[in-house]
Design a protein around this ligand. Structure first.
Ligand code: ZN
Length: 733
């Protein structure tokens, strides 16, 4: 028996599909999962429970991401990053003395150790163990662990106050190590550390400094994790203190830094497990919607915040930090387990498929700091103030982008660990679809192996093969994405009837026998989204994938090493197309073209297994601006006398150069006489060179009151009279 806890205003609500001969979900009770650690009373029951690391073996395209990561910049970062040099490294010191004792080491370890675990790569696991052991051996008599001997706040100039931020990340690494190994020293270390925080640190001084205050939700997550492991009630007292000292994400967004938002918007719902106050549950949904209402009226699942959100900078050329993408994914995965609401799986897939792959080169040997929905030049030149952060933020460079360089390795490993979750009624839920094999205890404790074969998100069919040593009854739950309204399910070839609802779980509760098969088809219809609040642009979608204009990409070496080069990417073909859409049937004339799945990376322009042909027109006056950013768009439709052409669209994740938010082109019989901001500029195909500046990784910024952020129409485009170096007022505050 099980119960799902549903957000009151979540739309659509999660529902159960009742199938013939199948036991339904009920809300009778929530006994909890008998086989895996889930929430203890008095915490709210867990509708979905993360499986131990190692239970899910990724295959196919998702394994390709992990293998490329292991061979790419992140897996080889020990040889690229000065922060990971072992000599005199504070994270390897038993007394916490030395250098590089801040976030970089645990940021890297979080992705590295989990990549090693899901790939079962013994060399990576052994290397990670060196750093894990050092952390375990660093605990001081009073319970502190890690760098910063004497609590000097040396890394962040906290001047004698504890900096809990880097230890928050290391706690995640230790929890994951425990999940994989069962090493009880993790429980002992975290118990002593949290006792120190609970008893030795004044409640109102628990979180000091900008990052700890903004990201206290991570500490809260770890405190509740330990409570579920040990049941020691003083941890709940500490959890209340941590929440009280964390920035107030409950009443509104307290901060506009992209990573803080992506990482912390879900903090109230983490606390909801303890508070049981529905305002905390609702706050995370409200946070997610609010940031997208203001800065996320764009495709790709993210929002424009090219360090911080800035009023007026809300178009599709505004970018997101790569850290922001992976933190969004992890927040979505966490909220999926806490709430049981499949909408968080939809949101995770949106960021994972459409934004994350394009933040890296296809071989995962380089990354850029910033990626945006409309980005047609990825060079080394400074784009500030068009984007907030100065420096070579668009350069694909494995040797820079400090925080992203270390942190983004957890994106794919955590994604792979959340493909399947255990359910409160001892079943299994397929929540994120990808080729894999999961091994888990179900029903009476029988171990089941489910092999999942699929090309999803590039294909509609998902085949599940059930392997059990003896017949066992358990509910199998299959997520129906919000974009899918007519899923089809067969068990052993027999169709199951039912009224499946988009944004729900199909529940198949039966006695399963060895060799049973389940076929799930999630029909993907072409869709066009109009972003009326953002210049009336249009984007094209097929299932969970969003599509971008195929632009010829020319890679030009820009430093780095022969093994790990840095790259600029220049457009080789025209990018200034608007879509020609039928007002009554926007997808009319579009064709889906499918190709076989490649053996390797599918997120490339050449290998993408699905493309779309559509109609488009060039918009001649739409050009790069002087900074090398896509010229700001006027609200469409935009008139163009150019001929209608057939254009090719490729998955947004496969497009490192991309137009994903298209203007809509309107046909005219005479050449347009209307002047546009872009047409007054020099006819530049390459931007004027600007001096590059050193990247400012995570410069602390003062939180802006929410009232300063209101959606407004872009100001009229005109040359800026201020001294902000921007060509047009659209780029100035
Ligand atoms: Zn970053």
């Amino acid at each position: 028996m099980s119960r799902f806890y549903l957000p009151r205003f979540h739309l659509p609500l999660m529902t159960a599909l009742l199938l013939a001969g199948i036991v339904a979900l009920t809300a009778a009770d929530a006994a909890g999962n008998d086989h895996y650690v889930d929430n203890r009373a008095p915490l709210l029951p867990s509708p979905l429970v993360k499986l131990p690391i190692g239970a899910i073996e990724p295959r196919g395209w998702v394994r390709t991401q992990l293998e490329l990561q292991a061979e790419g910049f992140h897996g080889q970062l020990l040889q690229l990053s000065r922060f990971l040099k072992k000599e005199d490294n504070a994270w390897l010191s038993e007394t916490g003395e030395g250098h590089h004792g801040w976030e970089e080491v645990p940021y890297w370890l979080k992705g590295y150790v989990n990549c090693g675990y899901v790939l079962r790569d013994e060399a990576m696991i052994a290397e990670a163990r060196t750093w894990i052991e050092a952390a375990l051996n660093s605990q001081q008599d009073d319970g502190w662990f890690g760098p910063d001997k004497g609590r000097g706040g040396a890394a962040t100039r906290l001047q004698g106050r504890d900096d809990l931020w880097p230890n928050m990340i290391m706690c995640f690494c230790l929890q994951d190590y425990y999940s994989y190994s069962g090493d009880r020293r993790v429980i002992e270390l975290m118990t002593r550390y949290f006792k120190y925080l609970n008893s030795e640190v004044p409640a109102d001084k628990l979180l000091n400094g900008y990052w700890p205050v903004m990201r206290g939700g991570d500490l809260l997550h770890s405190v509740l994790w330990l409570y579920n492991e040990t049941g020691e009630s003083w941890l709940l007292e500490l959890a209340h203190k941590v929440h009280a000292d964390t920035a107030n994400w409950t009443d509104d967004l307290p901060n506009w830094h992209n990573v803080n938002i992506a990482q912390a918007f879900g903090q109230p719902t983490t606390y909801y497990q303890l508070s049981k106050d529905r305002k905390h549950l609702h706050a995370s949904e409200r946070n997610w919607r609010r940031i997208r209402e203001l800065y996320g009226q764009v495709p790709g699942g993210m929002f424009g915040s090219d360090e911080n959100c800035r009023e007026g900078f809300d178009g599709p050329r505004q970018a997101i930090e790569t850290c922001g993408i992976v933190e969004e994914m992890l927040s979505d995965e966490t909220l999926l387990a806490i709430t049981g609401n499949p909408v968080w799986a939809d949101r995770c897939e949106n960021a994972a498929f459409n934004s994350l792959p394009a933040a890296f080169t296809a071989d995962l040997k380089a990354l850029r700091y910033l990626t945006s929905p409309n980005q047609v030049l990825s060079d080394r030149h400074n784009k500030s103030p068009g984007v907030q952060n100065g420096g070579p933020m668009f350069l694909m460079n494995p040797h820079g982008h400090r925080c992203c360089q270390h942190n983004t390795g957890h994106g794919w490993p955590y994604y792979a660990q959340h493909l399947w979750l255990a359910t409160a009624d001892n079943g299994l839920a397929a929540v994120l679809y990808a080729p894999c094999r999961v091994t888990a205890k179900v029903g009476d404790g029988t171990e089941v192996i489910v092999t999942e074969k699929t090309d999803y998100p590039f294909g509609e069919a998902i085949e599940l093969l059930v392997g059990v040593p003896r017949p066992v009854q358990f509910p199998l739950k299959l997520r129906v994405p919000n974009w899918c309204d007519r899923p089809q399910v067969t068990v052993n070839g027999k169709s199951l009837s039912g009224d499946a609802t988009a944004g729900s779980f199909i529940v198949v509760d039966r006695q399963w026998n060895d060799g049973d098969t389940v076929s799930l088809t999630l029909p993907m219809k072409l869709r066009v989204t109009r972003w009326k609040e953002n210049r009336n642009t249009a984007s094209v979608h097929l299932g969970p994938l969003t599509f971008s204009l195929a632009i010829g990409e020319k890679y030009v070496r820009a430093g780095g090493t022969d093994e790990f080069p840095a790259w600029e990417i220049y457009p080789e073909t025209a990018w200034n197309y608007g879509l020609v859409l039928d007002a009554n049937d926007p997808t009319a004339g579009m064709q889906v073209v499918r190709r076989p799945m490649p053996d390797g990376q599918p997120f490339t322009p050449d290998a993408a297994p699905v493309t779309i042909t559509a109609r488009g027109k060039k918009i001649p006056h739409w050009k790069l601006d002087d900074l090398g950013l896509v010229g700001a768009m006027q609200p469409g439709p935009i008139r163009s006398a150019e001929p209608t052409e057939t254009i090719t669209l490729i998955p947004m994740g496969a497009a490192r150069l991309r137009i994903s938010a298209f203007p809509v082109a309107r046909r005219v019989t005479v050449a347009t006489a209307r002047s546009s901001p872009e047409s007054t500029r020099p006819n530049s195909t390459r931007p004027r060179r600007r001096r590059t500046t050193a990247p400012a990784d995570h410069p602390p910024t003062r939180p802006l009151p929410s009232a300063q952020h209101r959606r407004r129409r872009p100001p009229p485009a005109r040359r800026c009279r201020a001294s902000c170096r921007s060509a047009f007022a659209l780029s100035c505050i």
